[in-house]
Design a protein around this ligand. Structure first.
Ligand SMILES: [Ca+2]
Ligand SMILES: [Ca+2]
Length: 467
């Protein structure tokens, strides 16, 4: 990926939009809700940020514009977006579902009560939990309310409320339990961890988070919960803090800080196991920053930036590994957004089924191995592919050698003589047929694998089934 250094002249940006922002801040204050919601004065300093050429694309927009919403992915891969604010004074009960396969949003039964700065989680039963937040109507204020949506019936029912009323919390699900972390408007609430067990319909209080924060990014990787950034409670002072919660031991530990403080951001785990921290504010200005945290190495790396600044957004991932930045308050177009951006951390590479020949004819009855070349290029070192992870439709590499000491069937060679080493992977044709990957109607195969550094790759090529 090409790295490009862009220089943001923040002072100029403030001159262009400062007037609008001040208006926004005043409106928020007069609503009586978000006394810290005004965007702090910029310091006028130039800021230098490193950005990677954007890999984000706009997908279908929601029906309703809003910020301070929540989103979660259902067990069936449908992404649900709920609540938030369509303007600076009121909340919305809007509830919409996105199907990544068809790239369509559909409006579902509205939430029982409009609210914003809530959080959301998907239970092990496939139900969608809308948790906490702020209600602008009656009963006004922070809420401990939990509403439960059943996708099977498109209906809401009241859930067991959480012990502590909080806005701006984060939620995560591990082993079928829902953890609600931080938020609220007092120091102890910002450290609060409460766990809901849907099986017993009970809440329990867990070890407090070391630092008190709200408006963090929260995501799960490998059974641990990561809380990223956020602000010191009731201060709007953004932080770089990363703290990890281990539900098995009920303990917290501090991890490598995010490069640059941010709050009112969103976080979601990608198919590469990295947690993407998206947008938010550095405490002075909205940012379009996206950075990736690798829990395996406790390190941060760059990721494609959003096309424009955005905060109070929601994020969710689809089953195919695409991550989505949903709604929020955006600089372009300016205001509360219904727009949705998608990014796939999966790297697309070139493959050649039956290297050097075409049209890649396969007889479904043939015994033997199907060779597939994964082609190296100047930008892609094919020798960094982990052979254990190479698959087509869930079928791994064939094995060769003795039964006692089988080896995965692959070789390294420059099959297309372009000077870059390629991986030739061999698959058992009958295994592909048995597993339903190869059928009479198959016209294309997709190969997937993972590089040594965890980056997922995929490539597709056509096949011609002959009988
Ligand atoms: Ca070929
Ligand atoms: Ca080559």
């Amino acid at each position: 990926m090409t790295k490009k250094l862009i220089i943001l002249f923040v002072a100029a940006a403030v001159l262009l939009i400062g007037g609008e922002l001040k208006k926004q801040a005043v409106a928020s204050e007069t609503s009586g809700q978000e006394v810290f919601d005004g965007i702090p004065e910029a310091d006028g300093q130039e800021e230098f940020v490193e950005s990677i050429t954007s890999g984000w694309v706009y997908v279908a927009s929601m029906t309703y514009n809003r910020d301070k919403l929540a989103a979660t992915t259902g067990l069936d891969g449908i992404i649900y977006a709920m609540g938030g604010m369509p303007n600076s004074s009121y909340s919305t009960d809007a509830f919409e579902a996105y199907d990544p396969d068809t790239n369509t949003w559909s409006v579902k039964s509205q939430m029982p009560i409009p609210r914003n700065t809530l959080t959301a989680a998907t239970g092990p039963d496939g139900k969608i939990y809308a948790i906490g937040g702020f209600i602008n109507t009656v009963p006004y204020g922070l809420t401990n309310r939990v509403d439960v949506y059943d996708p099977a019936t498109d209906t809401w029912s009241p859930g067991n409320p959480m012990p502590t009323a909080r806005d701006w919390p984060g939620a995560a699900v591990v082993d079928g339990k829902i953890y609600v972390i931080g938020g609220g408007r007092s120091s102890w609430k910002g450290q609060r961890v409460e766990m809901y067990d849907p099986q017993t319909d009970t809440w329990s209080i867990k070890s407090p988070k070391p630092s008190s924060r709200y408006a963090m990014g929260v995501a799960v990787a490998d059974g641990k919960i990561y809380t990223i950034g956020g602000a010191v409670v009731w201060s709007a002072i953004a932080t770089t803090t990363v703290e990890m919660y281990d539900p098995q031991t009920d303990t917290w530990s501090t991890k490598s800080p995010m490069p640059g403080a941010r709050y009112r951001l969103a976080a979601v785990t990608g198919p590469d196991g990295k947690i993407y921290a998206i947008g938010g504010s550095d405490g002075g200005l909205l940012v379009n920053k996206v950075q990736a945290y690798d829990p395996k190495t406790d390190t941060w790396s760059g990721a494609p930036y959003l096309p424009s600044q955005r905060w109070d957004l929601a994020a969710a991932g689809s089953l195919d590994g695409t991550i989505y930045a949903i709604g929020g308050y955006s600089y372009n177009p300016y205001g509360r957004a219904n727009t949705v951006l998608a990014y796939s951390p999966v790297r697309v590479v070139s493959i050649d089924i039956k290297p050097g020949s075409y049209p890649n004819s396969i007889n479904l009855g043939e015994e033997g191995l199907l060779p597939v070349a994964i082609l190296g290029t100047q930008d892609f070192d094919a020798t960094t592919i982990d052979p254990d992870t190479i698959e087509i439709g869930g079928v791994s590499l064939a094995e060769r050698g003795s039964r006692k000491t089988p080896k995965l069937a692959y070789s390294l060679e420059d099959v297309d003589s372009d000077g870059f080493t390629d991986v030739i992977a061999f698959f058992d044709v009958q295994m592909l047929v048995t597993d339903g990957v190869l059928e009479v109607t198959t016209t294309e195969l997709e190969l997937t694998a993972t590089l040594d550094d965890g980056t997922p790759i995929k490539g597709t090529d056509s096949v011609n089934i002959v009988n």
